[in-house]
Write a protein that binds this ligand. Structure first.
Ligand code: V07
Length: 253
């Protein structure tokens, strides 16, 4: 049985409603979970869920741009994903190229800038080639930053930063007294980006799964049972609306 809390806001967003643009999160990060389960529910192979999820990425990017979100970071492939069956890994790592083949012209038209975070170098050549091409083509755009976490793992990112810092201490005059939170953050993949204001995870799971551990220190979390392939413009707007309400409440204190 569900109980209504006195301060619970039941407002449901519909997509024809103009969003109020104050307190829009500048940076939204999303763990796009539930693609495999979506497929299983329909008696389809897991990869059918990944494919469906790819089209949702495009729709959410468009909504984010319309709502003046500045950065959208999407967890597309984690360092842990390598342990899935080879056929699924191969399929997943073909999706960036497929996505860009379909949507790059439209992203360019809409002034979107493509970026990635993660251990990019060890990805297959065909993946790197397609993504590098898109980065190059969009490098001067100043609209939405569409930032894909590809072969991303937060602990790896932190270790890699520590190694680079030690190397810089040994070779380029970096000293212990200069190392603070600000400098450390410049050694992370997210250097130059603001920290996420809002982290969304779909599919009912409420874990971080090695995503942006350092960067989410002050982020709001928003969870939904909706599976990623069923995630719509309205679900996204609901998350933005709920974020705005939280900010408004803190503002009143
Ligand atoms: C992937 C679709 C979304 C649901 C989650 C997993 C499957 C878009 C990309 C992508 C990545 C880089 C890029 C352009 C597009 C992607 C992977 C998986 C590995 F520059 N969707 N998507 N990459 N899925």
């Amino acid at each position: 049985m569900s109980m209504k809390l006195p301060f619970f806001n039941n407002k449901k967003i519909n997509k024809n409603e103009e969003p109020e643009l104050d307190n829009i999160p500048k940076h939204v990060a999303i763990i796009m979970d539930g693609n495999g389960r979506w497929a299983k529910n329909r008696g389809l192979p897991r990869v059918a869920g990944h494919k469906e999820g790819m089209d949702v990425v495009k729709k959410v990017a468009k909504t984010a741009a319309n709502c003046h979100v500045e950065i959208l970071t999407l967890y597309a492939f984690s360092t842990e994903n390598w342990s899935r069956p080879k056929s699924e890994v191969d399929y997943l790592l073909r999706l960036p190229k497929e996505f860009l083949h379909i949507y790059l012209p439209e992203l360019i038209e809409n002034n979107v800038k493509i970026k990635t975070i993660g251990n990019f170098d060890v990805l297959p050549e065909h993946t790197k080639e397609a993504v590098n091409y898109a980065k190059e083509k969009t490098k001067d755009n100043d609209g939405l930053i569409l930032n894909f976490a590809l072969n991303y793992g937060s602990r790896f990112e932190i270790i890699q930063a520590v190694k680079q810092i030690i190397s810089d201490m040994n070779t380029s005059g970096l000293t212990m007294d200069k190392l603070d939170e600000h400098l450390f953050s410049e050694y992370l993949y997210t250097t130059g980006l603001t920290e996420p204001d809002l982290l969304i995870r779909t599919s009912g799971e409420q874990r971080l799964s090695n995503f942006l551990l350092w960067q989410i220190a002050y982020s709001e979390f928003w969870f939904t049972d909706v599976l990623w392939p069923d995630f719509t413009e309205e679900t996204f707007m609901q998350a933005l609306y709920d974020f705005q309400q939280r900010k408004r409440r803190y503002g009143g204190l």
